[in-house]
Every structure is written in C-alpha cells, then in structure tokens.
Unconditional design. Structure first.
Length: 188
C-alpha cells in the first residue's frame, strides 16, 4: 500500500526537538520556528552530546550571527510558502524586512553573499517544490495552486516551474499519473 503524506514542517520540527531534548532531560523553550532557548546553562559536554544527537536528524546548532540570520530568512520563506492557514498578501521583501528588523537590501546582499543565490530564487525554489507536492497530492488544480501561492496567473507558475524543473506542470502531472498507474498495475 502506498500513502501520500503531507508534512507540517514547523510542527514536525518542534515535536522532534521537544522529544529529543526531553530525552536528554534538558530544560528549554521554543522561541520560534528554528530557535530554542536553553533555560539552564549547559556544560560543554552536554552541548556536544545534544549537537551529535541533532546532527543525526539533520539539525545543526548555529552560532555565527550572519548564519543565524540566513537561517531565519530561510525559515520565514519556508513558513510563508508552506503555511496553508495564512496567505501573505504583502511582498516578500516587505514581509522579511518587517519580521527581521533589517532593510531588505541588507538581507538580500547577505543572503546572496552566504548562499550564492538570491532570496527571490530561493522563494521560487520553495514554491516549485511545494507545487510538486500539491500536484502529487492531486487535490488542487493548477489554477488553484497558482492562486494559493500568490502567482499572478497559471502561465506565470508554469513558466517558473519549467525554468526550474525543465518540464511543465502539466507534464509533471502526466508523469505522476503514469507512475500511479504503473504502481497500481504492479500491485495487481
């Protein structure tokens, strides 16, 4: 049996952090997505132990201030793109600047300097990945997906999808449909 899963990344991450830190008997509080505060001082050994455990799950403790800010930018973008409960109708540049308390020019330059890509490109990549997930779930039409992700039109979404993946969303839908048919045939 095959099951398609939808992930609530912030909830999943928060629960994983809670479980891991409770197992280590560490007192902490979750400040926001991607940020925790240890309520008690940790020994160097305990922090190294937690770091090793986190690394097994692809979680990294970041200490460099620029790297922390880059991670906050990524987290806000991911939250902005994947959050089904809110549709942010302001420009991402305004949203990021307001949330992080820095000018967008500074954030954009720092992001490009550290990641070797632009914030705009990162947003597009996240939107295309989410579009793929929504197509795989097969619950929304391309028009609904375009509207949900604040694209001006399906054509705009299709252009960015093709520029990013090399195929159109419709071709991607056909591939997914064919895979489902083949997997159903293999089960029978």
């Amino acid at each position: 049996m095959k099951a398609h899963l939808k992930f609530d990344i912030p909830a999943l991450t928060n629960q994983l952090l809670t479980d891991l830190l409770q197992l280590q008997e560490v007192k902490f509080r979750i400040v926001t997505f991607g940020e925790i505060e240890f309520v008690e001082n940790l020994s160097t050994e305990k922090l190294e132990e937690i770091t090793l455990i986190f690394n097994k799950f692809g979680i990294e403790i970041i200490e460099n201030q620029k790297t922390i800010l880059i991670q906050k930018i990524k987290d806000l973008i991911i939250d902005m793109v994947y959050d089904d409960n809110t549709t942010i109708n302001i420009k991402s540049s305004v949203y990021l600047a307001e949330k992080l308390g820095h000018s967008y020019g500074y954030l954009s330059n720092l992001f490009s300097e550290i990641t070797f890509t632009s914030i705009e490109n990162f947003i597009i990549m996240q939107k295309i990945e989410y579009t793929k997930q929504l197509i795989i779930k097969n619950q929304l039409s391309l028009t609904e997906i375009a509207f949900h992700l604040n694209y001006s039109s399906v054509a705009h979404l299709s252009t960015q999808f093709k520029n990013t993946t090399g195929i159109t969303p419709s071709a991607f839908q056909r591939i997914i449909k064919k895979r489902r048919e083949l997997s159903t045939q293999n089960i029978n």
